[in-house]
Design a protein around this ligand. Structure first.
Ligand SMILES: C[S@@+](CC[C@H](N)C(=O)[O-])C[C@H]1O[C@@H](n2cnc3c(N)ncnc32)[C@H](O)[C@@H]1O
Length: 221
């Protein structure tokens, strides 16, 4: 049933346990929900706010819709039954996730765990969620044609330095191979831009600062 599903979605599913009652926000094809069903999750809700993806979602999950998986055509957290205690957000930008959460912030009261894999702006999301009563329980980086970060937030509080928010506190401390590779490639990309692109002095300074920040915190080997 789920054999063509990406490594990225499989990685996200690793952080959800069978007892979690999960809403997948922006489900689209619904593959994450199928993985979670395979894993034994008993309460699954797929949320989509666009027609095409919602039809896709219903079609792909058709045989499970009566009892095992619920789907909702709704915006963000506007429809969120009180028993849901876990949110998953994958394949959207960190700022979009922040906007979805802040539009219905009172719903966070019922949410114990939030698993995110945004394709951009993860530091902003870390800053937002750690300011709303969550701490970062787990983090990972994987490569599945591109690099993807996964962060797991749990209810609780912890303070973080600016560099922990930027790089991720666990990734920064453990410095796994893929993390170091990602940032060395990013620094090389900035160096290449500095050599080849027509940049004004503000942009040049911005890129040089980013390279220095990476050099300061990310080990090379
Ligand atoms: C790029 S897809 C990612 C699909 C899937 N989560 C994945 O990672 O493969 C993002 C989906 O989020 C949906 N989406 C964006 N904003 C949303 C919102 N406010 N409420 C519900 N769905 C939303 C989009 O319609 C789109 O189908």
């Amino acid at each position: 049933m789920t054999k063509n599903i990406s490594a990225r979605l499989k990685e996200i599913s690793e952080y959800i346990s069978p007892d979690d009652r999960v809403a997948d926000i922006g489900s689209d094809h619904g593959y994450l929900l199928l993985l979670l069903l395979d894993k034994g999750c008993k309460r699954l809700l797929g949320i989509e706010n666009k027609n095409g993806p919602f039809l896709h979602l219903k079609e792909n999950l058709n045989q499970y819709l009566n009892d095992k998986i619920e789907v909702s055509f709704s915006d963000g957290l506007s429809y969120l039954p009180a028993d849901i205690n876990t949110l998953a957000f994958a394949g959207m930008g960190g700022k979009n996730i922040i906007s979805i959460l802040s539009n219905n912030e009172s719903k966070l009261e019922q949410i114990e765990k939030i698993v995110v894999s945004p394709h951009i702006d993860i530091p902003a999301l870390r800053r937002y969620l750690t300011g709303k009563g969550y701490y970062i329980e787990s983090e990972d980086i994987i490569f599945d044609e591109k690099y993807y970060f996964v962060d797991v937030f749990k209810k609780g509080s912890k303070t973080y330095t600016d560099e922990e928010i930027y790089f991720g506190p666990i990734l920064l401390s453990v410095q796994p191979y893929l993390f170091r590779k990602y940032y060395q490639e990013l620094a090389d990309h900035y160096r290449h831009l500095l050599l080849t692109a027509p940049l004004d002095s503000v942009r040049k300074k911005e890129l040089n600062d980013k390279i220095s920040y990476i050099k300061e915190y990310v080990r090379e080997k």
